[in-house]
Design a protein around this ligand. Structure first.
Ligand code: ADP
Ligand code: MG
Length: 515
């Protein structure tokens, strides 16, 4: 790609690690180092009184001051508040993410100069509420978010770049089918993609926002904690600081088990000590059900894409947890192919986001697009209605999952009384027929309907999924040209005033407070 003159970066905002990439002067995606000189920044925030520390030092603090540390905030994104109270405060998870993004922005600025434009990645499986929260986090960190793109798509783009599909001659290649298996620290994401010419087309996607390397760590924590309990009759898991320290040890042991057949966890607590030796087989046995969950989802997603294993050209490994030999072995056995780890597991996503950012800038400068992304929605979108017989709240699906986006669905509502001026439509995402089992997005309020509409007048509500997976709503009252306003009153979303307040607070902090 020809680099554009304005700067924009791609950010992989991970559950455990975040990465920033940009396109360098030669047009090649490269990851940037942070202030500590590392390419990976732990997505961990320490709130120490007035001081907010993000990254490596915050991660270290987990072993001594766990009660002041927020880790894995991405897992809670979309919830109203982070699951842990920190320093007596309940932070919204997107605010914690904004602190992480702000550190990334400042650190990248040291390398490439001040900039504001960014593309942030999200798991393909993220629902609308989580996507909105991620965009809000970018805003609060002082960014202009150009786009949010799906992590597997970003990885596929980086792969396509590396394999030369994005070059002038690349488009003559025959269509390639790709399965992207992304097992990170906190999330699992699987997507089947087709690369056709310079188009990256998502065919099907699925995943689990609560499954990742962290769960593998916890199994080791259980093994080590039980060993400690057997010896000393004390369970270190009951003390958050001890649990934090033990987790550290176990995460380390897990990495060792990727390279060696056994690892030792030594743990000291209250002057007592226990040492457990864990073999790779024992570890794989203790985590088999977790791996099986990813296997199940992978098989289902391939079939949802209408493909079989022999149709796949590549199985792409993304995410740090794919370094575990059990992951490769499973995918090798399923696909009959050697999984491809050609793109750097930790960096591919950020690099793909940087390519996307560059593309947006280039397009703004009137240059032709070198690649296109075509996406599907990861959750069905529906409106809530009441079953007249059972009086239960039902999910009336309007846009089924894995529909190519952008897409618009129309639903006609009818006014119930004469001169009704407003309609309230609850919107949910999810597959269950029962609305209560779905994720509420919010309520769409249709206001200022024309006066004197007779009861039973039709009101068309258009739900539009944007390529980013974000939802826009429009309303048409047939037979009138009156302007009707609609708004989505979102679940768990910060108000504009709060967002602006946080933006000023977070992005205005003195750089010395960020180490
Ligand atoms: P995320 O995108 O969710 O932040 P990453 O892709 O950076 O996650 O992966 C982080 C996860 O990968 C962590 O759970 C970490 O323990 C795990 N991980 C990193 N290296 C290894 C390794 N060599 N063996 C096993 N797990 C690893
Ligand atoms: Mg990741």
């Amino acid at each position: 790609m020809t680099p554009s003159s304005i700067s924009a970066v791609g950010i992989d905002l991970g559950t455990t690690f975040s990465v920033v990439a940009k396109i360098d002067d030669r047009g090649i995606p490269v990851t940037l180092v942070n202030a500590e000189g590392d390419h990976l920044t732990p997505s961990v925030v320490l709130f120490d009184g007035e001081e907010v520390v993000v990254g490596k030092e915050a991660l270290k603090a987990l072993a001594t001051e766990a009660d002041k540390v927020a880790e894995c905030s991405k897992r809670d994104v979309g919830c109203r508040v982070f699951h842990k109270v920190i320093g007596g405060k309940q932070y919204p998870p997107d605010v914690i993410e904004a602190f992480i993004l702000n550190k990334l922005r400042r650190d990248a600025g040291r390398v490439i100069g001040p900039f504001t434009k960014v593309v942030i990645t999200v798991p393909a499986y993220f629902d609308e509420v989580r996507r909105k929260a991620t965009q809000d986090a970018g805003y609060m960190a002082g960014f202009e978010v150009l786009d949010i793109i799906n992590e597997p798509t970003a990885a596929a783009v980086a792969f396509g770049y590396q394999e030369g599909f994005l070059n002038a001659g690349g488009s003559t290649q025959k269509p390639q089918h790709l399965l992207v298996y992304d097992l990170g620290g906190g999330t699992f994401d699987v997507t089947v993609m087709e690369i056709r010419g310079t188009e990256f087309i998502a065919l099907a996607t699925d995943g689990d926002v609560r499954l990742g390397g962290y769960d593998w760590d916890q199994r080791l924590v259980d093994i080590a904690a039980e060993a400690f309990f057997r010896q000393h009759r004390i369970d270190p898991r009951n003390d958050p600081v001890a649990a934090g320290k033990l987790w550290h040890e176990c995460e380390d042991a897990k990495r060792t088990l990727s390279a060696r057949n056994k690892a030792t966890v030594t743990f000291d607590y209250r002057g007592l000590s226990a040492r457990s030796e864990i073999g790779r087989e024992q570890f794989e046995e203790a985590t088999r059900d977790l791996l099986d969950r990813t296997r199940f989802t992978t098989v289902q997603t391939l079939s949802a894409a209408g493909l079989d294993w022999p149709d796949l050209d590549h199985v792409l490994l993304v995410g740090g947890s794919t370094r575990m030999p059990m992951v490769r072995a499973m995918l090798r056995q399923l696909s009959g192919k050697e999984p491809n780890a050609a793109v750097a597991a930790d960096e591919a996503v950020a690099m793909g986001a940087a390519l996307r950012a560059e593309l947006i800038l280039a397009e703004a400068e009137g240059k032709p697009a070198v690649f296109q992304i075509k996406n599907v929605n990861s959750h069905s979108l529906g409106v809530v209605g009441t079953d007249p017989q059972t009086r239960r709240r039902r999910n009336g699906i309007l846009i089924p999952r894995n529909t190519r986006i952008p897409v618009t669905a129309r639903r006609t509502f009818r006014t119930q009384k004469d001169d009704q001026r407003s309609i309230l439509v609850p919107i949910v995402e999810g597959e269950s027929p029962s609305a209560d089992d779905c994720q509420p997005i919010g309520k769409c309020s249709v206001r200022h309907l024309p006066t004197e509409l007779p009861a039973g007048s039709p009101v068309d509500v258009l739900f539009h999924y944007e390529p980013t997976g974000r939802l826009k709503v429009r309303v048409i009252v047939p037979g009138t040209d009156r302007q009707v306003t609609t708004e989505i009153h979102r679940e768990n979303s910060l108000s504009k005033e709060h967002l602006d307040g946080w933006r000023q607070f977070i992005s205005g902090q003195e750089p010395t407070e960020y180490r």
